[in-house]
Design a protein around this ligand. Structure first.
Ligand SMILES: Cc1ncc(COP(=O)(O)O)c(C=O)c1O
Length: 434
């Protein structure tokens, strides 16, 4: 038993009686359960699947006899390796893997010193996660309207809605297309406001030569299972270039535990986060080694994944170019490179004689699944019960209202086959005829 790597808290080196980090090791049944969970039998090939499984079981058994079990399951070398790969890929100073993007937002808000009564400007249309932490501490969320072409945050409306109480702006790179960050960063610098990029969809997107997520003070990415790459279903990344906060990221992830400091008769100390405005209490947002292993593997093919998505989007754009009533998605440019997480489809209701709700029904009738992704957040009961006045806010976000009610939806791009993308284009063009 001696000599195995152990958790830093229980490191016992070459002791005769070690205190191992991992309690119950993974045995054959655990490994096979994971294999069977990740690789499902194909319909009609169940018998072959079962046969192959017996071979795999024998192979794993041999492997287990030749090797030994993993002795570190959480926050170990693979997580560090992954974070180094992310820093290199995004060209940023600090990167931390954590449970999800939502946790990243929470940590960024804490470092920004966000408090009750502060105002946070975010786009009217995004996922609820973007604003959960501000709402939970009694900060006021101010909804900015959207750029009608991208349905991203409109910098001009942000400028109109900034007040002396604005503490933070949260641009969201919706669908993976980077927001026009320059005017937002200019405004933020001028007014001493912090910027947190909700880059949940934008891992691998670029804006004027800089990675989406690394332009503001903080950026958080989602690795949830529906995203372009995933760390086994859940996961997130928080990045920053700020030397005040970067070195504290791991404290923020794991309970403020500081192994470089100790209290008397103990192994470590627990420290508070030093934020832009006093101290904050950390949480626990740790991730496992196996999540990092999966993400490292997926990151290696991220550019291929994005290229395939882009190819599908370009195909759709070409098919829709001359179709009256369909507004194709904006293509990539030298300055703006989307991750093509989603394809933004807009229609011209007056040309088609129907709004997006009816158009989506026409798509469903033709077998093209269409799920509603993003609504203006002020429509949710949560906001209304917290005192947000739906009608008053909606009146300040006319583009979001029009986009949501009449004009926009998202189409999937991946992992559709070429035939499925072609079918979707045909069905969509056909649906414009009624
Ligand atoms: C725009 C946006 N922001 C944030 C999130 C939250 O990401 P996570 O599930 O990793 O917390 C999502 C998730 O889908 C999202 O779409």
């Amino acid at each position: 038993m001696s000599g195995r790597q152990s958790d830093f808290r229980y490191s016992t080196g070459e002791a005769k009686v070690p205190w191992a980090a991992v309690g119950e090791h993974a045995d054959l049944s655990d490994v096979m359960a994971i294999v069977e969970f990740l690789v499902r039998p194909r319909e009609g090939a169940e018998a072959e699947y079962d046969e192959r499984l017996i071979e795999v079981r024998e192979a794993v058994q041999t492997l287990l006899a030749a090797g030994g079990p993993q002795t570190k399951l959480t926050l170990g070398g693979r997580v560090l390796e992954l974070e180094a790969a992310v820093r290199e890929m995004l060209r940023c100073k600090y990167a931390m893997m954590l449970t999800n993007a939502t946790a990243g937002f929470e940590i960024a808000c804490k470092f920004a010193g966000l408090q009750a009564g502060d105002e946070v400007i975010c786009p009217a249309i995004t996922f609820i996660s973007t604003i959960l932490y501000p709402l939970s501490i009694g900060a006021k969320v101010v909804f900015a309207d959207l750029d009608p072409r991208t349905i991203n945050l409109d910098p001009a409306d942000v400028a109109r809605k900034v007040t002396d109480k604005t503490r933070m702006i949260v641009p969201v790179h919706i669908g993976g297309r980077p927001v026009d960050m320059d005017p937002i960063m200019d405004l933020a610098h001028e007014r001493d406001i912090m910027v947190l990029e909700d880059a949940a969809h934008a891992f691998g997107g670029w804006y004027k030569g800089r990675a989406a997520g690394t332009i503001g003070d903080f950026g958080a990415f989602s690795l949830h299972e529906v995203k372009n790459v995933t760390s086994l279903g859940e996961g997130g990344l928080l990045v920053t270039n700020d030397d005040r906060f970067g070195p504290q990221l791991s404290l923020a992830r794991f309970v403020g535990l500081d192994i470089s400091k100790q209290i008397k008769n103990w192994l470590y100390d627990v420290v508070p986060l030093e934020t832009a405005r006093g101290l904050a209490v950390p949480g626990n947002h740790s991730v496992t080694e196996i999540q990092a292993v999966m993400l490292l593997s997926q990151i290696a093919r991220l550019s291929d994944i994005i290229a395939r998505r882009r190819e599908a989007a370009e195909y759709l754009n070409a098919r829709f170019a001359d179709v009256p009533g369909i507004v194709p998605a904006l293509p990539d440019t030298e300055d703006i490179k989307s991750t093509w997480h989603l394809y933004l489809l807009q229609i011209e209701p007056d040309v088609l004689g129907c709004d997006i709700q009816e158009f989506k029904q026409r798509l469903s009738d033709r077998g093209v699944t269409n799920i509603p992704h993003f609504a203006p957040l002020y429509k949710f009961e949560l906001l209304q019960r917290l005192g947000y006045d739906h009608d008053a806010i909606a009146a300040t976000c006319p583009v979001a209202e029009e986009a949501f009610n009449r004009r926009f939806t998202h189409l999937p791009l991946y992992p559709l086959t070429k035939e499925q993308v072609e079918y979707m284009a045909d069905a969509l063009i056909d649906a414009t005829r009624g």
